[in-house]
Design a binder for this molecule. Structure first.
Ligand SMILES: NC(=O)c1ccc[n+]([C@@H]2O[C@H](COP(=O)([O-])OP(=O)(O)OC[C@H]3O[C@@H](n4cnc5c(N)ncnc54)[C@H](OP(=O)(O)O)[C@@H]3O)[C@@H](O)[C@H]2O)c1
Length: 292
């Protein structure tokens, strides 16, 4: 056994890695891309909007390759993987960050009023399930499984799935039931994929973020700054830290999972929510004062 150095640079190094970040052009994916690029990894970022990817690559600098593609179908992912294969023969880290959140179509004011709840639930249509599942579950499955040949060439192959606390908690005031169900699928996909891929030495872990400022939760006001939508601001306040997450607070754990420090982690479920799980659940907006 080699003698450990315990040097931060050794324990958490991702230098020289090839990382693929889906949804790497915006929000959480952009922060993760930034952390990998600034620390010496080659980062391949994907998304449907090439101009958004290219702007992110220019803003960050470093070794970033942009690949346009849609993860919501198997053929879309096959096309993305074909493009990745033209750029590299090995992938060390895959971060499945692309995701979509569709709100309820018939928003209500009072989540305890029986008539309002009936209206809320009845407003859901087939497409809400289909679109979110296609990106949040199918996209994760196909990106992970179709990248296996390139992941197998790595000495530390690892996959991180960005799911959501919405897939675990009984949050009522933010998001939608259909989003939460799709994220629950993503969480269990991590477990099942970790189980299947262990003979190939590919680790699969899952991160469930709480509230982080992004296009999904607010309006961009320049760079990494976002004005959170009001329900999200309140949700972030209903955490023990009383604030939303910061870009480094999502990027850091992903870097850890990909580095030597994460090599003993497989099928880990990491909740990064400022303690929101302790106070959300069915209490979300019911028993606690909104701004407490
Ligand atoms: N922000 C939060 O508070 C929060 C909390 C929990 C979990 N999450 C999860 O974190 C991940 C990132 O979200 P975010 O908050 O950073 O929001 P975001 O900025 O809207 O990021 C979503 C990304 O996914 C990409 N994407 C969406 N549909 C796609 C498709 N069909 N094919 C390929 N790429 C697609 C988007 O790029 P294009 O539109 O260009 O394709 C975009 O870059 C998501 O999985 C989200 O569910 C976020």
């Amino acid at each position: 056994m080699e003698t450990p150095t315990f040097s931060i640079n050794d324990m958490f190094s991702i230098a020289g890695q090839v990382a693929v970040v889906t949804g790497g052009g915006t929000g959480l994916g952009k922060a993760i891309t930034n952390a990998f690029a600034i620390n010496g990894a080659k980062v391949i970022i994907t998304g449907r909007r090439l101009d958004v990817l290219q702007k992110t690559a220019n803003d960050i600098g470093g070794d970033i390759i942009c690949i346009q593609g849609d993860v919501s179908t198997k053929t879309g992912v096959e096309d993305i993987v074909a493009q990745i294969s033209e750029k590299t023969s090995v992938v060390d880290t895959l971060v499945n960050c692309a995701g979509v959140a569709i709100p309820f179509r018939t928003p209500i004011q009072d989540h305890n009023d029986p008539d309002s709840v009936e209206k809320l639930l009845a407003g859901v249509i087939d497409a809400d399930f289909e679109k979110q599942n296609a990106v949040n579950i199918n996209g994760v499955y196909f990106m992970t499984t179709l990248l296996v040949p390139l992941l197998r060439k790595s000495s530390n192959p690892n996959v991180t799935i960005i799911a959501s606390t919405a897939g675990i908690l009984n949050t009522r005031m933010t998001g939608s039931l259909t989003y939460g169900i799709s994220k629950a699928g993503a969480i269990h996909a991590a477990t099942l994929l970790a189980g299947r891929l262990h003979p190939l030495k590919i680790r699969v872990n899952c991160i469930c973020p709480g509230v982080f400022p992004s296009d999904m939760t607010g309006k961009n006001s320049g760079g990494y700054h976002f004005d959170l939508a009001e329900p999200m601001r309140k949700a972030a306040a209903r955490s023990t830290l009383g604030r939303p997450g910061k870009p480094e607070e999502i990027a850091g754990p992903v870097v850890m999972l990909a580095s030597k420090s994460g090599m003993y982690m497989n099928n880990a479920l990491i909740i990064i929510d400022g303690g929101r799980s302790m106070v959300a659940s069915i209490n979300d907006g019911i028993r606690l004062p909104e701004d407490s």
